[in-house]
Ligand binder design. Structure first.
Ligand SMILES: Cc1cc2nc3c(=O)[nH]c(=O)nc-3n(C[C@H](O)[C@H](O)[C@H](O)COP(=O)(O)OP(=O)(O)OC[C@H]3O[C@@H](n4cnc5c(N)ncnc54)[C@H](O)[C@@H]3O)c2cc1C
Length: 288
């Protein structure tokens, strides 16, 4: 590992001052589960490493005026242990169960998971379906970016030099909203997604009044499949409609062949899993 200056600010303002003007030689560190391996293997050679871990004010989970607010330094374990997330963000809560294993969950933060911008990021997919927004702070001020505009490409985000992710928020889902998350990996623990799917459905009788469908590991970024969502919205949902929706979801993705699965297999899984999860949520007979 190459030498670097290690800065450990205890407040957000001190961290913002520490990184000001230092990009691209400066690397932010949160839980370190992505950063430390790349420092060790030499892929990353920063001049400065700024550890956000001492900023206790960025670790919280709370509800305020109809929104769930999660500080960027909240760990995956904190999300898993949160009764509030379990009750009001069950989609996200489900994702924390199958996130790596306990050791990684104890360190990994939600801010780091989003900023790392992996297409398979396990918090990103449910948060996209929940309509989350990301708060960014710099010395110049604060801005809020909808999560579906936060990812700019494979492992790229819209974070500008001098900015830090401080919070992710999502509106408390309406009562009775059906939420489900499914991650298919090559094993049950410590596995990166082959495909992950988050589905959120609001029903009035048999009519779907609102829906959100997000997919992971099937494109350069986690994504919402808005065409597929549009097929359900405002319609009476039956098996035929679910089939069209699942086919549209599979058409919207751009998967790659890699060590975990082929692109064709991933595309097929999108259709099968979207179909299955909608059917299961609504108690429709799953023909597949
Ligand atoms: C063994 C293992 C298993 C894993 N399994 C999974 C898994 O199942 N699912 C999954 O989604 N991920 C998995 N990961 C990846 C990793 O754990 C997550 O992406 C984690 O959430 C990253 O968070 P962190 O706090 O460790 O980030 P760090 O490693 O500290 O940082 C990650 C990136 O985000 C930037 N960053 C961090 N915080 C901020 C901030 N507040 N503002 C701006 N930029 C910031 C850093 O500069 C860096 O570029 C795994 C990793 C390992 C090593």
């Amino acid at each position: 590992m190459r030498g670097f200056d290690f800065l450990s600010p205890k407040s957000l303002i001190a961290a913002l001052r520490a990184i000001d003007g230092k990009a691209p030689t400066c690397k932010l560190l949160a839980g370190g589960t992505n950063v430390i391996p790349t420092l060790r293997d030499g892929t990353l050679k920063p001049r400065f490493v700024v550890d956000l871990g001492g900023i206790k004010a960025l670790n919280y989970i709370r509800e305020k005026q109809g929104w769930i607010q999660i500080g960027a330094l909240t760990t995956i374990r904190d999300l898993l242990n949160s009764p509030l997330i379990k009750k009001k963000g069950s989609l996200l809560w489900e994702a924390t169960h199958i996130f790596a294993g306990p050791l990684v969950r104890n360190r990994a933060t939600v801010g780091g998971n989003l900023a790392d911008a992996s297409p398979a990021a396990d918090t990103a997919v449910p948060l996209l379906a929940l309509g989350a927004r990301v708060k960014l702070r710099s010395l110049k001020g604060q801005r809020t970016v909808p999560l579906n505009r936060f990812f700019a490409g494979y492992q790229r985000t819209v974070i500008k030099p001098g900015e830090i992710v401080t919070e992710v928020t999502f509106p408390v889902p309406a009562r009775g909203r059906k939420q489900s998350y499914y991650k298919l990996g090559r094993r049950n623990a410590m596995a990166i997604s082959v495909v992950s799917v988050a589905v959120l459905l609001q029903m009035k009788g048999k009519i779907c009044t609102d829906t959100a469908i997000a997919l992971g590991a099937v494109a350069p970024t986690p994504l919402r499949v808005e065409k597929a969502e549009g097929i359900l919205r405002g319609k009476k949902v039956d098996l035929e409609l679910v089939k069209h929706c699942a086919q549209a979801a599979a058409k919207s993705v751009k998967p790659i062949d890699d060590i975990r699965a082929s692109a064709d297999y991933r595309r097929t899984l999108c259709e099968v899993l979207v179909h299955r999860m909608i059917c299961q949520s609504l108690g429709l007979e799953d023909a597949d």
